[in-house]
Ligand binder design. Structure first.
Ligand SMILES: [Zn+2]
Ligand SMILES: [Zn+2]
Length: 328
């Protein structure tokens, strides 16, 4: 039976339309979406509109399975953003997030989690334990996945980091803070900066130490989650010897003076794009062991009929993760 989708029509407006349940093709699953977290990268479609139903941080339940699949109807899970090929050199190395033959992006150019149904290639579906509520399951995507991968990128250049600076504690920066605490321990020092006093207070509540960038001590690792040149520039100057700056998320440029910034310190600057599919399994274990802690970062949930209010709250900047939910 037809169900409602929230459609971003541009100009900061949300409209609704009815969608019939689709049929799965070979190797595909139909997921009945039950929760979708809003992301900074939805801003463009909210302002400019989108042809396709958006929402790339979705959790739901399989309601139909096509030929050649092995996932049972009724399985709960989340949908990985990138429809990776599974066969290219990147995919074979596990780096599905930089697939060389990506077939689409769920919730950007294929119908996503602000609608009732997603038709997903089985390989981008990840089953989640029944103890995890749908809204909380969305945390496996950008909140834990993208953020956890940023930490992995830092560890690649600098194993054994002993402190961390996070520039910008919007949803991605909050995720980096959360994952650093969950992976490295509650006492692991995480400094944060952000122009918003609300966000600094919220991050402090999760165990961060708010600082002005100029007052920051030299750190082993920094993650820029602001996308701003100024913040990236400040962070690179606060790296200690062998320090590493991870730029997660797209954004503005960074000017490096190679000799003092990189060579003398043996410092590194590295990018981080989404996360490899296999990280979902690792992060699922972390989520199961820390359900309450992760849930704290989801500060607002709205029914699909209130998607307009959900976006306005999110863009108002005084939220953690904002999740839109749908009844079955
Ligand atoms: Zn996202
Ligand atoms: Zn590939």
């Amino acid at each position: 039976m037809a169900k409602t989708a929230a459609v971003l029509v541009g100009g900061g407006r949300v409209d609704f339309r009815e969608v019939e349940p689709p049929e799965p093709g070979d190797g595909e699953l139909v997921v009945r979406c039950r929760a979708n977290a809003i992301c900074g990268s939805d801003r463009g479609a909210f302002a400019g509109g989108a042809e396709v139903v958006q929402g790339h941080e979705a959790a739901g339940e399989v309601i139909a399975a096509g030929a050649g699949t092995s996932t049972a109807v009724g399985t709960r899970g989340v949908v990985y953003l990138m429809v990776f090929c599974g066969e290219c050199r990147s995919c074979r190395a596990g780096a599905t997030n930089v697939c060389l033959a990506k077939q689409g992006d769920m919730g950007f150019n294929r119908a996503g989690g602000l609608g009732p149904y997603e038709v997903v290639d089985e390989r981008v579906f990840f089953a989640v334990d029944e103890r995890v509520p749908f809204a909380t399951a969305t945390a496996l995507l950008d909140l834990m996945g993208t953020s956890g991968h940023a930490l992995d990128r830092a560890l690649l250049l600098r194993p054994g980091i002993e402190d961390l600076y996070v520039a910008g504690v919007g949803p991605v920066g909050l995720g980096v803070l959360l994952m650093a605490k969950l992976r490295f321990g509650a006492d692991f020092p995480v400094y944060v900066s952000d122009p918003s006093p609300w966000r600094l207070d919220f991050a402090a509540g999760l165990g961060a130490m708010p600082v002005q960038p100029e007052d920051l001590p030299l750190v082993d690792a920094a993650v820029d989650a602001s996308g701003r040149s100024e913040a990236r520039q400040a962070a690179v100057r606060k790296l200690g010897r062998r320090g590493v700056l991870v730029c997660v998320g797209h954004g503005q440029g960074l000017e490096l003076e190679v000799s003092p910034d990189l060579v003398a310190n043996e410092a590194g600057v590295i990018g981080s794009e989404y996360f490899p599919y296999a990280d979902l399994a690792t992060n699922h274990e972390i989520l199961l062991a820390n359900l309450d802690e992760v849930s704290r970062v989801i500060t607002h949930t709205f029914d699909l009929s209130e998607t307009q209010a959900a976006f306005e709250a999110f863009l108002g900047g005084e939220t953690g993760k904002v999740v839109v939910t749908q009844d079955a």
